[in-house]
Design a protein around this ligand. Structure first.
Ligand code: HEM
Length: 326
């Protein structure tokens, strides 16, 4: 793979994807977070081969209805729209897997732009301040390696087996990431993606009501979330921001929340103070909580590593429609 893979065959690729993502985030601010998660769920099942985008067929049951994805994973239509734009410029050239990888990179740097634009429109005299806010809200960027091929199949079972559940404990998380060649540092940095986006009550109810001891939640936080977003019964689909401190910014507030035990998912809290894993992730969480730049650098590096779990060469194909094999 190489960042220059499409330089000759599709020189406008990166600007087409960027424009598509900017439009999608403009329409719905949450979409940046949703596309970032889509990339993670693609890469963790058969590698980053766009298998997550395949609709079910007579030959296989795909990943879209696997437990972690059903009624949860979002953004398929955004990738469809970008793919259509890319096909219009460069026919049968760019894989869906590469489009998702580029879209996820752009998603992170675009976080908060809609928020900033509305601030700008509401108060043009403080435009300079707003531009500064915009710079701070977006996350890091990185050079995307390209040349991924699209998979020929998808597997619901593989998605259920590979994607970590929200009640996972640290040894399980470490093992699942290690299976993909990703160490504790990559696990901790990548989990920082939960600085943006939303979760449904059903995914965090057990944590905020029942977890005790090393997994306990700050009492005031639990009271607030229970009342606002997650009753003990019902309201399964109610949404809460994964990071309450500054949900519209891609920052290191998530790690400060871990230290304060103010996060929604048990799998997140496991990274700090769980008492297992020799404290390897505790030290990283403290380091990221104290140093936003260190988090940004490590997050970008870990996204590149995760993105390298790819099909290349003559394997797979370049799909014409991301939802089905050619
Ligand atoms: C470490 C194990 C992880 C677990 C157990 C986990 C679990 C979850 C769960 C349960 C949700 C909420 C889903 C819902 O309510 O429908 C979520 C949302 C999200 N996850 Fe993760 N996740 C993990 C790692 C990651 C990684 C590595 C990334 C990206 C690099 C990521 C990005 C996101 C984003 C951005 C959202 C919000 C999506 C939206 O608002 O549409 N997660 N995750």
């Amino acid at each position: 793979m190489s960042p220059a893979f499409y330089d000759a065959s599709c020189p406008e690729l990166q600007s087409v994807v960027r424009r598509g993502m900017a439009q999608a985030v403009q329409k719905e601010a949450r979409m940046g977070a949703s596309i970032l998660r889509l990339f993670f769920h693609d890469c963790f099942v058969n590698g980053c081969d766009a298998s997550v985008l395949l609709d079910d067929t007579a030959n296989f049951t795909g990943e879209k209805n696997a437990g972690p994805n059903a009624n949860s994973l979002r953004g398929y239509e955004v990738i469809d729209a970008i793919k259509a734009q890319v096909e219009a410029s460069c026919k049968a050239t760019v894989s869906c897997a590469d489009i998702v990888a580029l879209a996820a990179r752009d998603a992170v740097s675009l976080v908060g732009t809609r928020f900033s634009l509305s601030l700008f429109l509401a108060s043009w005299p403080v435009a300079l301040l707003t531009v500064a806010a915009c710079v701070q809200l977006g996350g890091p960027s990185w050079t995307v390696q390209l040349g991924r091929r699209d998979g020929l199949s998808a597997s619901q079972n593989a998605a259920n087996a590979n994607l970590p559940p929200p009640d996972a404990r640290l040894p399980d998380l470490l093992a699942r990431f290690s299976d993909k060649g990703l160490d504790a540092r990559a696990l901790t940095a990548l989990s920082g993606a939960h600085t943006v986006g939303w979760a449904r009550c059903t995914t965090f109810r057990t944590h905020i009501y029942n977890d005790t001891g090393n997994e306990a939640v700050d009492a005031a936080f639990a009271t607030q979330i229970r009342a606002k977003a997650c009753p003990s019964a019902g309201g399964d689909g109610n949404l809460a921001p994964l990071e309450l401190r500054a949900p519209a910014a891609f920052d290191n507030g998530y790690f400060q929340d871990l230290v304060a035990r103010r996060v929604l998912l048990r799998s997140d809290q496991e990274l700090y103070g769980s008492g297992v894993g020799n404290g390897s992730t505790d030290a990283l969480v403290r380091a990221y909580a104290a140093n936003a730049t260190l988090f940004a650098v490590d997050f970008a590096a870990a996204m590149v590593r995760m993105g390298n779990l790819a099909l290349t060469g003559k394997n797979g194909e370049v799909r014409l429609n991301c939802r089905r094999v050619n």
